[in-house]
Design a protein around this ligand. Structure first.
Ligand SMILES: [Zn+2]
Ligand SMILES: [Zn+2]
Length: 416
């Protein structure tokens, strides 16, 4: 991550800031993260020194802009802008630089009604005198509002909701009790099942599902039907050796062009859970894609539809399938829909996830990780995306314990 490596470098270079934090779209977990924006809390007397120091970090290729309170550098991995603020204005500055613009504009209008001004990251009296505002809570309180989580600050109803006390208790990482989607060296993952399980255990998960790709996936390596019994043996052996975490044997099976599944029912029935997804660039009409998904959702062995829009933040908006139909079918059949935290997916995005939850669909937040070192980070992106969708712990399957999760899967199979 560019932001965290810049913060580390600044710290190593001894830049005398009390804190440097990511702001902007990064802090809001917005999928369209463009340039990285950071905010440093620094007493006024040291602003110049800190900005100069930041412009000289080893990662800097060029200083493209500098003012008395910001500097923009370019690096080989993209541009970074650092803003500085005195700690006594930190609350107002955090809100200002976190955005989104639409949210800040609404706050500005509200501030005027309440006899203050929010200008350039500072709170001012009508006469232009500074009003100290060191914490974000203070700013919102000043405007008669509770703190609004950064992920909700989009200017689409969150201020009215806050005014009415209707900001829900959002999902946090601490609510997540297990990860139901990850890959091992049996398909295109980099690490063994044992390594993935041990990384999950270190995070503190109570359960984990290993879900490698089926035969026809558009992936570099995949699981063949002949591999499945051997993989199961490996998992069973691991279960006797590793305690304190439950290991579920799953699969991410491809939905074929006609809506059937890549593995036959007999093979699928042997897994603890079945994830189903599309990986191909489709090339089918949206109505055909909708039908393809509906067949999978109605299949009694399919438990979770992964990355349903098949979008990628950098490249595509994803399928324009009839999500209302998919959500209705998913809610009816007890099929969960995933928020995939892999940076290449972030799918469902916040808006879609919110619609799914409103339609009564059970949500799953997963890392879809392919290597041990991304397991926690990708879950963090998944949770951030869920929060953008106003998702609460009660909407999410993997906030429940392993017994309840297994019961959710069995119910669809008609075994419960
Ligand atoms: Zn996938
Ligand atoms: Zn996957």
């Amino acid at each position: 991550m560019l932001a965290s490596s810049a913060i580390r470098e600044a710290r190593r270079a001894g830049i005398a800031a009390e804190a440097i934090v990511p702001v902007g779209s990064l802090r809001r977990f917005a999928p369209d993260v463009g340039d990285v924006t950071l905010l440093a809390l620094v007493p006024q007397s040291r602003h110049k020194q800190v900005l100069r120091g930041f412009g000289r970090l080893p990662i800097v290729a060029d200083v493209s802009a500098q003012t008395s309170c910001s500097v923009t550098i370019s690096t080989s991995r993209g541009a970074i802008t650092l803003h500085v603020t005195p700690p006594e204005d930190a609350g107002a500055a955090l809100v200002w630089h976190t955005g989104a613009q639409a949210h800040v504009r609404e706050l500005q209008a509200r501030a005027l009604q309440m006899g203050v001004q929010l200008v350039d990251g500072r709170l001012l009296s009508p006469a232009g005198d500074p009003v100290a505002c060191a914490r974000e809570e203070e700013l919102y309180e000043r405007l008669g509002l509770p703190l609004i989580p950064p992920e909700l600050r989009e200017g689409n109803g969150e201020i009215t909701a806050a005014e009415r006390g209707e900001i829900p208790p959002l999902l946090t990482e601490l609510h997540i009790r297990g990860d139901l989607h990850m890959h091992s060296t049996w398909s295109d993952g980099r690490n063994s099942i044992a390594d993935m399980v041990s990384a999950a255990k270190q995070i503190g998960y109570e359960y984990v599902a290993i879900t490698d790709h089926s035969e026809h996936a558009w992936s570099s390596r995949k699981l063949s039907p002949e591999d499945v019994p051997r993989q199961r043996e490996e998992i069973e052996a691991l279960r006797t050796r590793v305690h304190g975490i439950e290991i579920l044997h799953g699969v991410e099976v491809d939905i074929m062009p006609d809506g059937s599944l890549d593995f036959d029912d007999q093979l699928l029935a042997g897994f603890d859970l079945v994830l189903a997804s599309l990986h191909d660039p489709a090339g089918q009409r949206d109505s055909e894609l909708t039908e393809r998904y509906l067949r999978a959702i109605r299949h009694p062995l399919v438990n979770i539809i992964t990355h349903p829009a098949n979008r990628s933040p950098a490249q595509s908006h994803g399928y324009a399938v009839d999500f209302d139909q998919l959500f209705a079918a998913a809610a009816l059949t007890g099929t969960a829909m995933e928020i995939d935290g892999a940076p290449g997916h972030l799918d469902m995005d916040g808006a879609l996830a919110r619609r799914a939850a409103q339609a009564g669909v059970t949500i799953v937040v997963d890392s879809d990780c392919h290597r041990v070192d991304g397991l926690g980070r990708q879950m963090r992106f998944g949770v951030g995306t869920a929060r953008r969708g106003w998702i609460e712990p009660r909407h999410v399957l993997n906030t429940r314990d392993a017994t309840e999760v297994r019961a959710f899967f069995s119910r669809k199979r008609g075994l419960a």
